[in-house]
Design a protein around this ligand. Structure first.
Ligand code: GLU
Length: 605
């Protein structure tokens, strides 16, 4: 969600800032802007895409220091005035901000009373006027920023540039910021991804940090004085962050799933022992044997992966397991048992609701394991233990390969917990074999010349679409509904198939599309009854089923998946649903990689 880029060095800043903004586009935004220090601060803003911003910036700009921003509006409409950077009244200070200032209303009122004229409706603008007041009172930039931050309540990643000072000041509280260290130049970014083409040496700011960044170095401070920082080297992730020959990131990422799964399971399964070994899990076999329960926490796609994970842990390890919506869990005064294990599931590792839940659990003395894609992200660092899912960079807003890898990683956990308890070695071996077969199986589903256009015809003009599944396929139904809703903007409802008759059946009329996920498992026969109930009311069935199953005769348009272990079936059955969402989005001319109003990394609560 939204992003910050900054540069201070010897080169012209503008192209570096624009390139950085382009690399942050995947996070989701609605407007953008850039400020470069020339003789005065040159400011350019626009509503829309980075390509639109490029059209309004001058072809040549010599300034070697600048800050830039992609905005995801929280306070004030999507307008050029509200786009960042925001400037002090005398145009000598520029500020970009990610996050929300909760007490902006009061501060704004007080500033207006002192004669400040606001130019935007944003919460952010108070920051620049407060800093300006401190600078006018003779404080140094660091002191001015520090004193300002002490007045703020809420979350921020901020970058500040002040005319007459050769430094950028940054601060973090709840919104990530990373500083990239070059030779005589420094970069600032809200995630490490745009830095990768410039440097691999970075400093991750922690909440409460303020950094003063010059060409030659970085000083970090906290409210009570200077503090140390750690320079870490980020390793290359597998996978390309460019689109290559694909027309969209989403299609590329769907196609990358076989390799992504290989990366996730490689070196983590033990064939002869029928077990999994996850290096980041610091839990003794004794602890695993005595687990009272497991709780998994996530949002959106990660929540549905967590729901599959909780079923896998109950199924394979026989430990009571629960999946929770992060924002609900954390705000409902949860009972935390320090003997239990908690998992925080997030692709970006920056999801604010999940991060807040992690802190709430840790505050009550329990351990949280991260199930995260982005290495060294805030949740990964806050948890300090867990597993990276190794999906490679995921840039389409709608998550695909992260879902399959979260499910793969959670199956590995389930296997490891199960084997530490009562799971026989032979069952473990069957699981390991099935896991290892998955990349090729997913490949075959992707390559299958399945009837996508017939299904798109049923979906694209639908008033609403119902998704049904039972057992492991119930969260898959939710994920399929989420994908179609995100990409095609069609209202979608997902239900456990058995619940359909308790409400959503009222929606069905002649021609209503119903997507049913019914692999060959213990639920299959009961799901057939639900299919018939839908058909009796005129519904048209898009059916995902196991190859060779006669259940096909119950569907109007059918997609097949290979046979696998029950807990792994979501990794196969989700693939046609991802492609269906993609093709329906295309048929409706949607911006599939950047659907409206959505953000990739949701850093506000
Ligand atoms: N709350 C600020 C605004 O609405 C910042 C939003 C963002 O993080 O992009 O302008």
């Amino acid at each position: 969600m939204c992003g910050i880029i900054g540069y201070i060095g010897e080169k012209p800043a503008m192209p570096i800032l624009i390139d950085g903004l382009r690399r942050l586009e995947y996070r989701g935004y609605d407007s953008a802007g850039v400020a470069v220090m020339e003789d005065t601060i040159a400011l350019h803003k626009t509503v829309g895409r980075i390509a639109d911003l490029e059209r309004v910036v001058p072809p040549v700009s010599s300034g070697t220091m600048g800050i830039a921003h992609t905005r995801w509006a929280t306070h004030g409409g999507v307008t050029e005035e509200n786009a960042h950077p925001h400037m002090s009244m005398d145009q000598s200070i520029a500020v970009v901000h990610n996050g929300i200032i909760e007490n902006a209303g009061n501060l704004r009122q007080r500033l207006i009373e002192t004669g400040i004229e606001f130019r935007s409706e944003t919460d952010t603008e108070v920051i620049v006027h407060l800093i300006s007041r401190e600078i006018e009172a003779g404080r140094t930039p660091l002191e001015a920023v520090r004193r300002t931050l002490m007045l703020l309540r809420g979350t921020w990643g901020v970058a500040v540039m002040i005319h007459g000072y050769d430094e950028v000041i940054c601060a973090r509280n709840g919104s990530p910021l990373v500083i990239g260290i070059g030779e005589g130049e420094m970069y600032i970014s809200s995630d490490p991804h745009p830095l990768s083409s410039h440097t691999s040496r970075v400093i991750f700011l922690d909440d409460g940090d303020i950094a003063v960044i010059s060409r030659s170095g970085v000083e970090t401070h906290r409210t009570d004085g200077p503090t140390d920082h750690m320079i870490v080297t980020i390793e290359d992730q597998w996978g390309d962050s460019d689109m290559g020959d694909y027309p969209h990131f989403m299609l590329k990422e769907i196609h990358e799933q076989p390799e992504a799964i290989r990366q996730c399971i490689s070196g983590r399964t033990l064939v002869s022992e029928g077990n999994a070994r996850l290096g980041g899990l610091s839990l003794s076999a004794k602890r695993l044997r005595l687990l009272p329960h497991v709780r998994l926490i996530g949002c959106g796609t990660a929540l549905y992966a967590a729901q599959v994970g909780r079923l896998a842990i109950e199924h394979l390890a026989r430990v009571p397991s629960f999946a929770h919506v992060a924002s609900e869990f954390r705000n409902n005064d949860p009972v935390i048992d320090s003997k239990a294990v908690y998992f925080a599931v997030s692709q970006s590792g920056e999801t604010a609701d999940t991060l807040a839940a992690v802190k709430a659990i840790q505050a009550k003395d329990a351990e949280v394991m991260g199930v995260i894609n982005v290495v060294a992200s805030s949740i990964a660092r806050q948890c300090g233990q867990g597993v990276y899912i190794h999906s490679g960079p995921e840039q389409a807003v709608a998550s695909t390969k992260a879902f399959t890898n979260m499910v793969a990683a959670l199956n590995l956990f389930a296997l490891q917990i199960g084997r530490a308890r009562d799971m026989p070695r032979t069952t473990g071996r069957t699981m390991v074999k099935a896991l290892r077969a998955l990349p090729d199986q997913v490949q075959s589903v992707i390559e299958d010349k399945a009837p996508y256009s017939a299904a798109v015809e049923l979906l694209k003009d639908a008033k609403s679409v119902l998704f049904l599944g039972r057992g492991f396929s119930a969260p898959v139904a939710s994920e399929g509904a989420l994908k179609l809703m995100e990409i095609a903007y069609i209202p979608c409802l997902a239900y456990p198939a058995g619940e359909m008759k308790h409400g959503p059946i009222a929606l069905l009329e002649e021609g209503s599309p119903v997507v049913v996920i019914a692999p060959d498992d213990v639920h299959r026969d009961k799901t057939i009854s639900n299919i018939e109930e839908c058909k009796a009311r005129g519904a048209r069935i898009i059916l995902i089923h196991t190859e060779g199953d006669v259940i096909a005769e119950h569907g109007d348009v059918c997609f097949t998946i290979p046979s696998t272990e029950e807990s792994l079936s979501p990794m196969l059955s989700v693939v046609p649903l991802q492609l269906l969402a993609y093709y329906t989005g295309l048929a409706l001319d949607r911006d599939v990689d950047r659907p409206r109003n959505l953000a990739k990394s949701v850093t506000v609560e």
